[in-house]
Structure formats: structure tokens, C-alpha cells
Design a protein around this ligand. Structure first.
Ligand code: LCS
Length: 396
């Protein structure tokens, strides 16, 4: 169903859904790898584009198309391209937009593998990448070269919570003929619509807020214009980064409650952030909804709410961080984020334990940093759990 003229909550429920011959209330799982043509001519017409019939699930599938159209309407874009994971969304976009001899400017503090794939993999194909702190616009301008093709930003950044001004980036991108790509995973379209702020491409790990239930991995890309869409869709199909129909069904179910989940989680998050900010053992906290966040005003301007992700540092540093991990019980000690359950992780002793100090600092990860994804449990329970964990640090 086309819901372009409807409100966001209506889009969440109905965008992309279609009627079938049985009157199904939800989009069914079309768990099929291939589709039967009615005749040789029909097959020829499907391949030539004269008919929009389905051919093969790697190319397109009704359940997956329903999700792609749903997310495209949520992001106010032309159309969506669903992928097997968030990383597949990122590599698909890079494969479509970069080539030997080209250059990309990226935020320095981004999800680790999103940086790694440029440094370790695309570099082998002579794609050059420069990583800068994009929260300072002058850094981007200084990094532009004649062969720069793409400006890639993640905002708020994982896990530093630094915020980049999307509208300002769009202005620079237009002046220098760059394609602006925004990883909108930390916000979802409920909190931030990069295409409305001038971005050309928006992508997500739908593993996080969009699906919201920590039960599938997936990704999606939405473009503003048709030509970029065709280019990126080609890369997805040829590299085989497609989503599976069951993944699409799961995320179509998850996305329906996106607004409710985010509203509840961010209501909890501000209370958790205020608790942490006033806690004597907490050295610093970065949450966009606190006035102490250096980019609070920018967050207020470009986001429609402050979300439920935060990072904080403990006075006791690395050892205190490690101890806290073993003394929280409600918060799940796990990577990932954006689900209904509260998650906690200490990158220095966990995900980045084997990473060099230099690389950790490049990613904005200090030894004391704790990343916290606030869920939709009762906030009193989340705070009590954190409080008990913090107390335990000093009880030998
Ligand atoms: N973009 C961001 C901002 C992410 O946080 C992640 C995953 C990805 C892209 C990649 O998505 P995936 O392929 O996992 O669906 N972030 C994770 C994290 O912080 N912990 O575990 C995964």
C-alpha cells in the first residue's frame, strides 16, 4: 500500500503491504528461490523489464519488496534495497560507488568493521580512504581531493556518540560533487531522516532498532534518486547480498512497533543518563539528550528525539569496566544494540580486547568506555541493576 501522504505511524503499519488473493492481513513469507513464468514470452518480458513479474529471489521477492517499500516510505526515499546484514548494505554501497583510484572520506569513529572493510579490503582494489572527525566540518573540507567520490558518515557514531551535521555535509557534498551516505542505524527513520536533510543514500543495520527484537541480522539501503538506486541495486544483486524472505517477514513484524519501542526506550534513556551523570563513580557520559553533550543543540535540531544509546566512562578505568560487566544482571552482557532488552558492553575488555591501542583510539574507544543500549524494561529496574553493578566495583 502506498502511504506517502499518511503519518509516520500509519506508514509503519501499512507501507509496502499488498493485497493477496486470500486477503492476508500480513505480508506472507514467499519462501521460494525461483518463480514460474507463464510462458516463454512472459519469461522474456520479465527479463527485459516489460513485465514486472518476479524471476529469482536474489533479484527480488514479494516479501522482501514489501519491506523495501516500507522502509523507503519511512525514509522519504525513492526505493529500498534489503541486504543480508548491515555490513552487506555498507559493502554493497561502496562497491557501487567506488572504483580503483577513487577516494572516500569517512567518519573516523564508526562501527569497527565498517572502517576495517575500507582499510583492509577495498584498499586492495586501490580505493583510498581518509578517516576524519566529521563532527568538525572543516576536517571534511581539508580531506577533499580531486578523486573524492563519497562522503560517508555515521551519526550518532558508534560508540563515541559524536554527532555530525548532516545538512552541512550535504552542502559540502553538493559543492564538491560527492555522494553523501549516512549510516542511520543509531536513530532509525523515526528519529532522523538523512534524505530530508540532503543525503543521497541512507543505510541501516536493521539488526538494531528497525527489527528491534535481537532475533535477526539484516540491512537496508534507501536512495533519494532513481539512478543511484539502479546502480546500488545492481551491486546487491550481482554480489548476492540479498535479504532472505524469512528475514524480511521478521523485520516487517518488528518495524510496526518502531515508534512505540523508541518512545519508551528514550523515555527510559534520559532517566538512566541523568542517574549516571550524577553518580560519583562516573567520570563522563555522552548522551545526546543531556545538555552536557557537546552537540546537544545540533542533536536537537537534526534528530526528532535523542534515542536510547549512550556511552560513559568510569573513574576506575579498565578494571572497573570489567568488574561492572560481571555485576550487572538485568542488562545483557552482549554486543549489538537497539533491541527491546537493555544491553551493556565494555569494548576495551571485550570486542576490542585484541585490538592495538592505536586502533582503539582511532575508533574513539578509551579503556574506561562502557556502551549502554537502553531497553524498554521498567526504568527503575534498569537503574537498580546499574547501581548494584557500580557499587560492586568498590566492594572487594
Ligand atoms: N552500522 C552500525 C552503526 C552498526 O552498529 C553495525 C553493527 C553495523 C553497521 C553492521 O551491521 P550488521 O552487519 O551487524 O547487521 N553494530 C554492532 C555492534 O555495535 N555490536 O555488534 C554489531
Amino acid at each position: 500500500m502506498k502511504t506517502n501522504d499518511k503519518g509516520f505511524n500509519t506508514k509503519l503499519i501499512h507501507a509496502g503491504a499488498f493485497d493477496d488473493e486470500f486477503g492476508s492481513a500480513t505480508v506472507p513469507i514467499y519462501q521460494t528461490s525461483t518463480f514460474r513464468f507463464k510462458s516463454a514470452q512472459h519469461g522474456a518480458d520479465c527479463f527485459s523489464g516489460k513485465s514486472d513479474g518476479y524471476i529469482y529471489t536474489r533479484i527480488a521477492n514479494p516479501t522482501i519488496r514489501a519491506f523495501e517499500q516500507n522502509i523507503a516510505e519511512l525514509e522519504n526515499g525513492y526505493d529500498g534495497i534489503a541486504t543480508s546484514s548491515g555490513m552487506a548494505a555498507i559493502t554493497t554501497v561502496h562497491m557501487a560507488l567506488l572504483g580503483a583510484g577513487s577516494h572516500i572520506i569517512s567518519s573516523d569513529a564508526i562501527y569497527g568493521p565498517a572502517r576495517g572493510v575500507l582499510e583492509q579490503d577495498f584498499s586492495r582494489f586501490n580505493v583510498e580512504a581518509t578517516f576524519v572527525n566529521t563532527s568538525k566540518i572543516e576536517n571534511i573540507i581539508q580531506a577533499i581531493k580531486p578523486n573524492t567520490k563519497v562522503l560517508y558518515i555515521e551519526t550518532p557514531a558508534n560508540p563515541t556518540m559524536e554527532i555530525t551535521d548532516i545538512a552541512a555535509c550535504s552542502k559540502i557534498a553538493k559543492e564538491h560533487n560527492l555522494i553523501l551516505v549516512v549510516d542511520n542505524t543509531f536513530c532509525s527513520p523515526y528519529l532522523q531522516k538523512p534524505l530530508d536533510l540532503g543525503a543521497d543514500v541512507v543505510l541501516h543495520s536493521i539488526t538494531k532498532f528497525i527489527n528491534g527484537h535481537a532475533d535477526i541480522v539484516g540491512g537496508v539501503i534507501v536512495t533519494k534518486e532513481v539512478e543511484l538506486y539502479k546502480k546500488i541495486r545492481h551491486s546487491m544483486v550481482y554480489m548476492g547480498c540479498n535479504m532472505d524472505p524469512t528475514q524480511a517477514f521478521m523485520v516487517l513484524r518488528g518495524v510496526k512497533t518502531l515508534a512505540l519501542r523508541i518512545e519508551r526506550a528514550q523515555e527510559n534513556a534520559i532517566k538512566v543518563a541523568e542517574f549516571l551523570e550524577s553518580h560519583p563513580e562516573v567520570e563522563w557520559i555522552k548522551y545526546p539528550g543531556l545538555k552536557s553533550h557537546p552537540q546537544y543543540e545540533l542533536a536537537k535540531k537534526q534528530m526528532n528525539g535523542f534515542g536510547s544509546m549512550m556511552s560513559f566512562g568510569l573513574k576506575g578505568g579498565y578494571e572497573a569496566g570489567k568488574k561492572l560487566m560481571d555485576h550487572v544482571h538485568l542488562a545483557l552482557l552482549a554486543v549489538s544494540l537497539g533491541g527491546v532488552e537493555t544491553l551493556i558492553q565494555h569494548p576495551a575488555s571485550m570486542t576490542h580486547a585484541a585490538v592495538s591501542k592505536e586502533h582503539k583510539l582511532a575508533a574513539g574507544i578509551t579503556d574506561d568506555l562502557i556502551r549502554f543500549s537502553v531497553g524498554i524494561e521498567d526504568v527503575e529496574d534498569i537503574i537498580e541493576d546499574l547501581n548494584n553493578g557500580l557499587l560492586s566495583i568498590y566492594n572487594k
